[in-house]
Design a protein around this ligand. Structure first.
Ligand code: XMP
Length: 253
């Protein structure tokens, strides 16, 4: 198990939480940085990590506002994940990964569609050298993912659904996690079998996108990535705490 995967197991166990907050504050938010810092302080006790996306990266800048938020997450004992879905040629992926790691991110998301040689290989080498994590997309949570992640891919001379091939690659590449949408609990179970419990499953899509907390964890999700169900709740702390308790008491089958 990689260092990041170990840190997630330790943090989740200590906090009794599988909940990763997707800190996706909408563009209309006044004082984005202040609100982000404040929200993190308020809900951190219910979380095991924080995930960032372009929502804050674009307006706040990586080495400015986002770095302050990452430092704040660390001061609260939370690992920080950048959901950048790296999907370019290797040298460009490497440049992006170097900047994200320089800003303090503990893990990044990557797209398997660019493949290994000249695609993700240099990023995996860098992450290993720095003891950081990489999470590979296997099946995205939105409806249209069927058109790509659900389609067959030729692998080892046989046609298999792309998400199954991506899960096998993630395991072979030494990834710290695989991402499968909570909107497809049956696929979580299939991917779990492929990973044989050796790689964690991260699952976005509960609540707002229609996925069930209980079903996702029962089928094998180790961590749930949640944004709007917490951010748009009247009381974000109460929402985060309720999700924490619900996800923690489920016994995986
Ligand atoms: P909500 O508001 O729907 O936010 O709880 C979910 C967060 O997760 C991201 N997301 C995904 N990221 N694979 C990913 O790597 C996925 O299948 C996926 N689905 C949602 C989304 O961008 C938001 O930050």
């Amino acid at each position: 198990m990689g260092k990041f995967a170990e840190r997630m197991v330790e943090t989740a166990g200590r906090k009794k939480s599988r909940i990763i907050l997707a800190l996706d504050l909408p563009p209309s938010t006044p004082n984005l940085l202040g609100e982000g810092l404040n929200l993190l302080s308020r809900v951190s006790r219910s979380l095991c990590a924080v995930k960032f996306n372009r929502h804050l990266l674009l307006p706040l800048g990586l080495m400015e506002g986002v770095k302050r938020l990452v430092d704040h997450a660390h001061s609260l004992g939370l690992p920080a994940i950048m959901d950048c879905k790296l999907n370019d040629i290797g040298s460009t992926n490497l440049a992006m990964a170097e900047w994200f790691f320089k800003a303090g991110f503990d893990a990044l998301t990557v797209s398997p569609y660019v493949g290994w040689k000249g695609g993700l290989e240099p990023v995996f080498h860098l992450a290993k050298k720095l003891g950081r994590g990489l999470l590979v997309l296997a099946y995205m949570s939105h409806e249209g993912a069927r058109q790509t992640f659900g389609k067959p891919l030729l692998s080892g001379g046989r046609l298999k659904p792309a998400y199954q091939v991506f899960a096998s690659w993630a395991s072979r590449w030494g990834a710290d996690g695989v991402i499968v949408g909570a909107t497809r609990p049956a696929k979580i179970a299939e991917v779990k079998r492929i990973l044989k419990g050796r790689v964690a499953i991260y699952s976005p899509g509960v609540g707002f996108q229609g996925g069930s907390v209980e079903e996702a964890v029962r089928k094998g999700a180790d961590y749930l990535i949640v944004g709007r169900s917490i951010l748009q709740a009247e009381d974000p702390l109460e929402a985060a705490e309720s999700l924490r308790v619900r996800a923690w008491r489920v016994k995986p089958t």
